[in-house]
Design a protein around this ligand. Structure first.
Ligand SMILES: Cc1ncc(COP(=O)(O)O)c(C=O)c1O
Length: 385
């Protein structure tokens, strides 16, 4: 008998899945430069904006009580006001919003709310952020991948999915602006997905932490569709406000689903701490720091875009997200090229870590300081020759 049994078999399944970490990856090289620029994780590592820290500091002195899954009313109101101002959608703060501990846990836990019975499939796009697929396995669902490719602009062909699959689907996950490809979805695609969700009775789950990280025009939210009765959207302060460490997000869904989600979350003690929720109110009410954050990202993103463009390198992600997604040179594969980058002093993420559909690409997260990004862009561009 294995010494850690009993163990959920999904854990063994994940151990065998191809997904690396920068730490493991570094051990493959005899020498990693000391002044390595780490562009492998989408963590802006920004200092929290002043209005937010001031609010949190004040709230730290409050009496400490258990936070409830329903969240504080001021936060739900601030999120609803932000959706109204940004996307022109009206959301009821009392019945349609749940504050979450960042969006990753909310995405993962959501699968436990909706998977089961005869709805045992979860559809994800690939290459993609792997939390939806992995949490679906823990929720007992089968994962079906829909490919994204340069030929379709990294947008899924939903009409290629057979109706028989939709009728046993619990959730279709879409993530636009997309990690890792940087693609932006037109509202028509989101409309089409929402219509399919209504027709076939599944949930369209829109994972939208990057809607505020754009470089030309602000992207749409799936909540803008005409009929959002089968849409659940996940948003976050992590990228918008650079608050990855605060763990603060929100989900928006129809009232009936929100009731079920609250019931589930109350059982797991899933609620953000009160002082973070109050800091989040300040963050959602302020657009100034978001515009400033966007300018910082734009500056860094431009450095990579210009460096790769000047060498004629094929890449995507011009319009949104923190990422540039580039095709690796023809003499190597994703991991081979990422190792080459690491050896040269820049950590990037091999595309196959986002699923086999990402093989042949690497993701560059434009998250280091200006000076480091400038140096990294020059190093990287030189590696394609
Ligand atoms: C596509 C996508 N969704 C969700 C998340 C989770 O973000 P957080 O938990 O910080 O809100 C990330 C983080 O990188 C992401 O890339």
């Amino acid at each position: 008998m294995n010494e850690v049994e009993p163990l959920n078999p999904v854990l063994s399944e994940l151990q065998n899945a191809a997904f690396g970490s920068l730490g493991d990856f570094k051990t493959r090289l005899a020498h990693v430069p000391e002044d390595l620029v780490d562009l492998s994780v989408g963590d802006p590592a920004a200092l929290p904006p002043e209005p937010i820290t001031a609010e949190i500091a004040e709230r730290l002195a409050d009496r400490s009580t258990y936070p409830l899954a329903v969240g504080v009313p001021e936060l739900r109101e601030a999120v609803a006001a932000w959706y109204a101002a940004r996307f022109g959608v009206e959301i009821d703060p009392d019945t349609e919003i749940v504050p979450t501990v960042g969006s990753k846990e909310a995405i993962a836990h959501f699968q436990h709310v909706v998977c089961g019975g005869d709805r045992d499939a979860v559809v994800v796009t690939e290459p993609g952020y792997n939390t939806p697929a992995r949490s679906a396995r823990f929720a007992g669902a089968d994962v079906v991948t829909v490919p994204l490719s340069p030929g379709n602009g990294w947008l899924p062909d939903l009409d290629a999915v057979p109706a028989a699959l939709w009728t046993k689907t619990a959730v279709l996950w879409l993530n636009y602006p997309n990690n890792p490809t940087g693609a932006v979805a037109p509202l028509e695609l989101l409309e089409h997905a929402a219509t399919l969700a209504v027709r076939h009775g599944f949930w369209l789950a829109a994972d939208e932490p990057y809607t505020e990280i754009w470089y030309d025009a602000p992207p749409a939210s799936a909540l803008e569709v005409a009929d959002r009765s089968r849409v659940v959207a996940f948003t976050s302060l992590s990228k918008r406000s650079g608050l990855t460490g605060f763990r603060s997000g929100a989900l928006v869904a129809p009232a009936g689903l929100v009731r079920a989600i609250r019931l589930f979350r109350a059982n797991y003690g899933l609620a953000p701490t009160h002082f973070v929720q109050h800091g989040a109110v300040a963050a959602w009410r302020d657009e100034e720091h978001v515009a400033a954050m966007r300018d910082v990202y734009r500056r860094r993103h431009d450095l990579f875009v210009e460096a790769l463009d000047s060498r004629g390198i094929e890449f995507w992600g011009r319009h949104a997200t923190l990422y540039v997604w580039a095709r690796v040179p023809s003499d190597t594969d994703s991991e081979g090229f990422a190792l080459r980058c690491l050896e040269a002093g820049v950590a990037v993420t091999p595309g196959n870590w986002f699923g086999q559909g990402g093989e042949g690409f690497v993701r560059i997260a434009c998250v280091a300081s200006d000076a480091e990004c400038e140096r990294a862009a020059q190093i990287l561009a030189g590696l394609w020759l």
